[in-house]
Design a protein around this ligand. Sequence first.
Ligand code: UD1
Length: 423
Amino acid sequence: MNDYYLVKKTDKLEGTVQVSGAKNSVLKLMAAAILIPGVTQLSNVPDIADVRLMQQVLESLGVKVSWPEAGTVRIDATTLSSHKAPYELVAHMRASTAVLGPLVARVGLASVALPGGCAIGSRKVDMHIAGLESLGASCRIEHGYIEVEAPEDGLKASDVTLEFPSVGATENLILAAVGAQGTTVVSNVAREPEISDLIDFLITAGVSIEGRGTTKLLIEGAATNKLQGGFTHKVVGDRVEAGTFLAAGALVGGPVTVTGFEAEHLSIVLKKFREAGALTEVLDNGVRIERSGPLKAVSIQTLPFPGFPTDMQAQFMALMSVAQGASVITENVFENRFMFADEIARMGADIRIEGHHALVNGVPELSGAPTVAPDLRGGASLVLAGLVARGETRVAGLQHIDRGYENFEQKLRSLGAQIERVA
Ligand code: UD1
């Protein structure tokens, strides 16, 4: 696909935009539905490429997935016909590994292709595997697949401490522990809002979980055939999509109001926007941002929630590239997540990368250039940079942006952005 965005310098960005449900939540909720031998529905579902891919992963397992209306996905996992997630699908989306835990909990077996190298770092699965093994599963890598098998008498609860609060490993362990006998205690878990959303979904299905939102979870195992479907769960609003539009507002000036998410899920990002010179107002269901004074340089470092999200690092760098002064952006969560920086540099930004630090010297203005999105958030960052760059910016590589943003250019255009998609 050779589509690209043509972005022109935009002098005014103003209005209200509503975000969709969170990509990083819905993918795991779809995987969690595998646990439930019945029908569940998800609402507030973004129609993005990753969701369509997860639909295919579920269908490859024999789960029936349909869209009764826009934004609603119906998942019927009454019967499963396979425990194998094929390479052709997993290779395109690392989040497919989320089916490991629920498959082994429900049918005692899982065979999931090892995700390939990823543009933003090697992204290992060692903690996912260690977590499943702690519940008694045997795991081996064979022919490029992670093969997991529960003992004959089933998974057993255990006390586990994660080495690092990995989002994916926390989720896989929660989902596997649902099928274990006894109460699993997991410490040093990730606390991202999407994990709380997953816990809410499981509690509605009849699982007993304590510690939501804290670093320690107690998950009571349940026979999966006792779990109840027949409910609709609304996917939590996408804080990263919200943060992207708020960054656009801070960059161009606003006022921009972003609704459909919870401000507390972006606390530290809002604090950094304010330090950079923006005014933010927390509303019932979102945030309003505007800026009239100059943009000031602010340093950030990415950390697990509630720290500054790695998924907002690239967008923040777009802001810093035209701020007054020098900032240091430190990426602690992923290796190799600065690839987009070379592209913004081609637009005139002054960025020097040293290991996992980016030293950004703000310049008065960027100049439009042809660019290629190297990954999802890096691509969004290039679009933001294009809004304040003199002339025209082309952003190619839209397959990355399509993975995670629903109607991105339409939403930006509704705020007055000069952006069009060219086929
Ligand atoms: C999820 C999000 C991603 C976000 C990230 C961190 C989804 C679909 N993706 O990714 O958007 O940027 O959380 O908030 O929800 N690691 C290991 N071994 C493991 C697992 C992870 O070394 O077994 C490392 C990774 O390589 C990475 C770090 O831990 O450097 C964080 O990864 P993790 O929190 O697991 O992120 P994901 O779940 O992959």
